[in-house]
Structure formats: C-alpha cells, structure tokens
Design a protein around this ligand. Sequence first.
Ligand SMILES: Nc1ncnc2c1ncn2[C@@H]1O[C@H](COP(=O)(O)OP(=O)(O)O)[C@@H](O)[C@H]1O
Ligand SMILES: [Mg+2]
Length: 211
Amino acid sequence: MRKHNGFLVSFEGIDQCGKSTQVERLTKRLEMRKIDFEVYREPGSTTISEQVRRILLSSENKLMEARCELMLYSAARAQLVAEKIIPALKNGSFVILDRYYHSTTAYQGFARGLPIDLIERINREVSQGYAPDIVFIIDILPEEAIHRRDETGRDRLEQSSLEFFNRVRKGYLKMAETDPNLIIVDGRMSPDEIEKQVWGIITEKAVEFIR
Ligand SMILES: Nc1ncnc2c1ncn2[C@@H]1O[C@H](COP(=O)(O)OP(=O)(O)O)[C@@H](O)[C@H]1O
Ligand SMILES: [Mg+2]
C-alpha cells in the first residue's frame, strides 16, 4: 500500500554505467515542465550521511570488511530516508535517487557474498518500507565501464576487479527478474536515447505528475 502521494525513482547499475548523467537529464526535463523535484545521491545528501560517505570512499579504508560496509551504507541511508526522503514523499514531491537500497543488495549481497535475506531485512528497516516506484537499472558490461573510467580521482570501489563488477551486474539482473518495478535499460545506447526511454517510462507511470 502506498504511504504517500509523491513519486520515487532510483537509478542503479555498476559504477560508470551512466546513472549521474541520466539523473541530471531527468532533472532538466522536470525543470522544463516546471515540475518540482528533489534529488539525492547515495551514500550522502545529509550532513550525517556525507560524513559516512567520506569513510566509505576514503582510500585509507581499503581494508574495510563487507559487514562494516553494509552497516555504513545502511546507516547513511537510514538518515537520508528519515531526514529527506520520507518528508519529501509525504509532501507529494517527485524524488530522484542516484542509488538506493538495491545497490546494497547488488554490491554487499551478490558481489561481496553477504546473505541476501539479511540485506533485504536491513533494507526494509532502513527504508521504512519506502520502496521506489521505478528503479532504472542501466546495464553495461564491466569491460565497457572500465573503458569509460576517468583515470584520475578513482574512489575505493572503482579500483575493484572486473569479476566483482560482473557479480554486481548479475545481481541487478537477477533482482529485475522478480520485481516488475525494476526496469533494465540498455546502457550501450547513447545518453540521448537512454534519456528518451527513461522519460517515456516515467510519463507512463507518473501520470499524476507529468501532464
Ligand atoms: N550512454 C552513455 N554512453 C557512453 N558514455 C556515457 C553514457 N552515459 C554516461 N557516459 C559517460 O560515462 C562516464 C560515467 O557516467 P556517469 O553518469 O558519471 O556514471 P555513474 O554515475 O553511473 O558512475 C562519464 O564520463 C559519462 O560522460
Ligand atoms: Mg555517479
């Protein structure tokens, strides 16, 4: 049952798949139509969550254990959900997320091997049941992602292996098999083509917002 009359969209996929590019493009479309929106990136977007983000992405913390990572991402998200996402949705806003809890299932679950049922329980608790209306999974091969990578300023996650990203990718594809709200977008298309496809789906599903 819906707990609000807002709309929640998240963008998912492996590093460099094009999430931030599409978040930006979607905000432009909404601006053009004078539709109010909120946009948050994970981990981060609150004072507390940004502090946790620094710990997660610091190159000093390469030894971080998977359970520690799970708890920190979840901690950052718990704060974002309570402080920003729930109030925005209750206020009827259109909310865009650059990653949400499906990232945790894909990365800490499918890729790092922590139990999926445990992660899903944590996800439900941390999100307080506020599930996205649409999850766009931008799907590209890790080989392609690495090709796109900027050689400077890599963060800790980006230094991980091809094999790791393959597990992340497979995890996303697996989740999409059982949840119709998860939509796989072919990330090999141009940014323009992806933008068009994303917008088409949003106008179909968020009819209350986009007239
Ligand atoms: N559809 C696309 N095709 C080719 N390159 C892309 C596409 N979308 C984004 N890029 C490029 O790939 C890199 C990563 O994009 P970005 O949106 O930052 O990915 P993410 O936020 O998923 O890590 C950037 O250099 C961006 O310009
Ligand atoms: Mg990004």
